[in-house]
Each structure stands twice: as C-alpha cells, then as structure tokens.
Design a protein around this ligand. Structure first.
Ligand code: HEM
Length: 505
C-alpha cells in the first residue's frame, strides 16, 4: 500500500493534467464551432464555416466577388460568419427598405469593431444612438446648398492644380495611371476643405499633411492578429485595445493640432473674412449663436472627428469614383462625345460656376456619374445592427444581429438592371428614375443614416470631370486594362490603377 501510496500521487497528478487537457480540448472544439448554428436556426443559408475563423477564407478575393457569389448561390437573403460574428446579407429591395427606413429605430447604428480610436470614433460615421442624432442634426447645415456653393472656388482651385500636372501627359501623349493623379487631387481637396490648408501634394510629397495622410491609411491589423481577434473577440479585443498605439496617436495628434491652430487663427478674424470651407461650415454648425453665450453642439474632439470624416468618408471613395468614371468614358467614346457636347454648351451658357446651375444644367453628366456609381459603387457594403429582436417580412432577426446591405449584388441584379455589365447612362434619364423600383439603387446608402456628404461628393466629382473634360479627352491605350480588375478589401477600387492617355481638346 505504501508503495502504491507513493506512486498514487504522480499518477493522479498526471491523470488530472490529462483530464484537464482533454476537457480543455473538448471545450476548445465546442468553442470553435459553437457560434455557427445561429444562421441555420434562423433559416438563413450560408457557406460552410471553418472552426474559429468562420467564412474568413470565403472573402480572400475581397468582399465584392464574395457578395456576388453569395447572391448567386444563396439568393437575396444569406449570411456568413467572420470569426464568431454573424452577418446577415441582404440584397432584396423590400427587406432593405424595412431595415433602412421602416424599422430605423431598431437599426440606428452601424457595427464597430471596438478597435477604432479617436478621431475616427468621434466622427458621425461611428457615433451611436442619441449622440449620433445630435451630431448629425448639428452637422446637416454644413452641407447646405449655400455652404456647398461657397466651396466651389476652393475645389476648382485644386482642379486647376490637377490640370497643370496633367498637361505634360497631354503634351507627350504618354500613357499614365490617372488614379495616382486623382489621389493627389483628393488629398489637396481634403486638406483645403476640411483642414483649411492649401497645398499641392504632387509637388510637395514630403508636406506633413501628405505624410500624415499616408500614415493614416497605412494602418492595418496584421493578418495573424486579425484571425485571433475574430476567433476570440471577447478576450482579444480588450487586449488589442491595450496595445501601444504610438504611431496612431502621433497621426491623431497631428490632425487635431492642425484643426486647433486653424480654428484659433479663425477666431481672430471677423466672420466675413474667414475662409469658406468645410471646416468653417463644421465650426459654424457646432455653435448655436455668436458671442460669449455661444453654446457648443460639438466638443473640440468632435470637430476634429468631423474634419477627419472627409478623410475617412470622402478621400478614397471620391478617388475611386473619378477613376471609374474616367475608365468608363475612355472605353465608351460615343458617350464621352455626348458629354463633351453638353459641357461645351454649359460653358457657353454660364460664365461662372454656381451650385444651382451645376445641379440643374448638366443632366447628362449626372447620368454618367450615377451609372458609374451603379456599375462600381465604391462604398458597396454598409451595415446596421439590430438593437432588439424583431421580425422583418416574416424573417426573425435577433437582437445584436448585423445586417449588411450588398449594394454590388443589388446593382448587378438583372431583375432590376437588365444587362447589368453594360455601361448605359440612359438608365438614369429623369423618366427612368421616376419609374425605378425604390431601394434598388443605393450608392449612398439610404434612410435617416444615409450618406450625409452625398451632395458634396457629387459636387466634387462633377466639378472635376467638368474641368478635366474642358481641356482633355480620355483615350484608351495598350496599357488600359479591359475589363478593369477590381479590389475590394475596403472600398471598391481599380486593382492596378487606371492607365489611359489624355489628348488636348
Ligand atoms: C461619391 C462620393 C460618396 C459616396 C459614394 C458615399 C457613400 C456613402 C455610403 C454608402 C454611406 C453609408 C450610408 C448608409 O449607411 O446608409 C456613407 C455614409 C456617410 N458619408 Fe458618404 N459617400 C460619398 C462622399 C462623402 C463625402 C464627401 C462626405 C463628407 C465629407 C461623406 C460623408 C458621409 C457621412 C458623414 C456618412 C455617415 C452618415 C451617418 O452615419 O449619419 N460622404 N457614404
């Protein structure tokens, strides 16, 4: 017994270790797939998930192709798992209307990863519930037609800088990547409108604003960390939040102090002398009244957040919209000629550029832009989170579920858009728009939380094409990639740029 007693300790220790390991492995196995029965319980079809990562590999090519594939394989209501998180994907107009409009009070917020930091978290894009309502309503006046009209000279100035750079390509007839030129141009517009800073980023690539923009967009989560975060969100998200963020903090500090300096300088100026840009529009909309009793609707951090909004919501999307429009016009010379005729007539009839005439007198340019955004909507997916359990058109949606609108699948559905792969601006005549089924065209999202900068975005795209096509024609060349390859890890954009030639007019 003594001998047995001596041996019993190490044996039972081993047993305990083995038992614990076995329990751990069983629990891990259970955990690895336990999140993956929810879609099935809801009766929503989806690709088969892998343990821990769910359907992560389904998206290896990007979300654009994956959305089209989901629509093709599983219909307009499907789902997937990113790690443990469940997404319900919709591309059915009536269901979309239910989410964006009819049941808005239950679907007020987008999802957030929990890893975002200031100034991004202060922007209206990421705010939630009551604070979102307050900031959105305070900001709305920053996008009024009067404010947009005042921004036209500033956007036009950046357009002139772009044209000056492009002249050498027009003179030499050399093929070049116009997307790169648009990147510099949109950086200049963001600097000018949102940060009160005039610059020529192509000429000054080392300017701190340009450098900090690069750093702002260079942040990405390493793939291995992303997999861990998706697989073990409740542990990894708080841990990841604790990681030092020196680089990001430097960038945030740069933008915040730039806004602080510009704002302080403006406070010294009389109202009428202040630069009429988007930053000033935000500052104006953040105040109730002038004078010592002025009430701030937005905190200083929130003002920086809304200025950064232009960087987050406008920069890449506008660059890509311009690149796509240029590609489509170059590859469809017949439509380009029709557009040139309209623009020439416009220049003949209007001396200066006014918001009202740009809105009313360029119907074909509008049609071209709208059809570009149908074929290639840069913001092709957006989400809403269910606050409470509900039922939409007979489909049960549990609280916390994330609904993702698949704009690309909707815009390429032959039921709503015959021959969806064909570029045809005629789809957007006034008559065609009047009889279109609602919620089949959503490049700017929809409902009370739709794009707040839609008119500003359209104005920028319109002005740029107007200036560009007054001086040049777009032409394809042997380097033009036809059909255009796409990338869609974040916004939808051309994968390898857009190589074209421009010729003087
Ligand atoms: C062609 C240009 C643009 C396109 C295609 C576009 C598209 C979108 C889309 C699809 C959304 C999501 C809407 C939803 O969830 O229903 C959005 C949100 C938003 N966009 Fe734009 N956008 C553009 C330009 C801009 C610009 C220039 C700004 C501002 C400077 C801007 C500001 C916003 C804001 C603030 C939101 C969030 C609104 C909220 O949460 O209340 N956008 N945009």
């Amino acid at each position: 017994m003594q001998v047995l007693g001596l041996f019993s300790l190490p044996v039972s220790g081993l047993t305990v270790t083995v038992t614990l390991l076995a329990v751990f492995l069983v629990l891990l196995k259970w955990y690895s797939t336990s999140a993956f029965s929810r879609l099935e319980k809801l009766g929503i079809r989806h690709p088969k998930p892998f343990p821990f990562i769910g359907n992560l590999t389904f998206f290896h090519q990007g979300f654009w192709e994956a959305h089209l594939e989901l629509r093709h394989q599983y219909g307009p209501l499907s789902g997937y798992y990113l790690g443990r998180r469940m997404f319900i994907v919709i591309s059915e107009p009536d269901m979309i209307e239910q989410v964006l409009v009819e049941n808005f009070s239950n679907f007020t917020n987008r999802i957030a990863s929990g890893l975002e930091s200031k100034p991004v978290t202060d922007s209206v894009l990421f705010l939630r519930d009551r604070r979102w309502t307050e900031v959105r309503s305070a900001l709305t006046s920053a996008f009024s037609p009067e404010k947009l009209n005042e921004m036209i000279p500033l956007i036009s100035h950046s357009c002139q800088v772009l044209l000056a750079h492009l002249q050498s390509f027009a003179d030499s007839g050399e093929a070049f990547d116009i997307q790169k030129s648009y990147c510099s141009f949109t950086t200049d517009v963001v600097a000018s409108l949102a940060f009160g800073t005039q610059l020529d980023s192509q000429e000054e690539p080392t300017h701190p604003f340009v450098q900090h923009c690069h750093r702002f967009f260079a942040f990405s989560i390493p793939r291995a960390l992303l997999v861990l975060i998706l697989s073990f969100p409740s542990v990894m998200v708080p841990l990841a939040r604790m990681l030092p963020k020196k680089q990001w903090e430097e960038v945030a500090h740069y933008f915040s102090s730039l806004v602080g300096t510009v704002t302080a300088a403006r406070e010294q100026q009389a109202r009428g002398e202040r630069r009429k840009d988007f930053l000033q529009a935000i500052l104006d909309s953040s105040l109730d009244e002038e004078g010592p009793k002025a009430t701030r609707h937005l905190t200083e951090d929130e003002v920086v957040g809304q200025a950064s909004l232009f960087l987050i919501a406008g920069y890449e999307i506008i660059t890509n919209t311009l690149s796509f429009a240029t590609y489509l016009l170059a590859t469809h010379p017949k439509y380009q000629e029709r557009l040139l005729a309209e623009l020439d007539a416009f220049h003949g009839a209007h001396g200066s550029l006014e918001y009202y005439s740009l809105q009313k007198s360029l119907p074909y340019l509008d049609m071209v832009i709208l059809e570009t955004l149908r074929m290639y909507p840069p913001a092709f997916r957006f989400t809403r989170e269910a606050t409470r359990d509900c039922e939409l058109l007979g489909q049960r949606i549990p609280a916390g579920a994330v609904l993702e609108v698949a704009v690309g699948a909707l815009h390429h559905d032959p039921e709503f858009w015959p021959n969806p792969e064909i570029f045809d601006p005629e789809r957007f005549t006034a008559e065609a728009q009047q009889i279109r089924r609602p919620f089949t065209y959503l490049p700017f999202g929809g409902g009370p939380r739709g794009c707040l900068g839609m008119q500003l975005g359209l104005l920028e795209v319109k002005l740029t094409l107007l200036h560009m096509l007054s001086k040049f024609r777009f032409q394809v060349c042997p380097k033009t990639q036809i059909p255009l390859q796409l990338k869609s890890k974040a916004a939808l954009g051309p994968k390898d740029g857009v190589y074209i030639k421009i010729v003087p007019r």
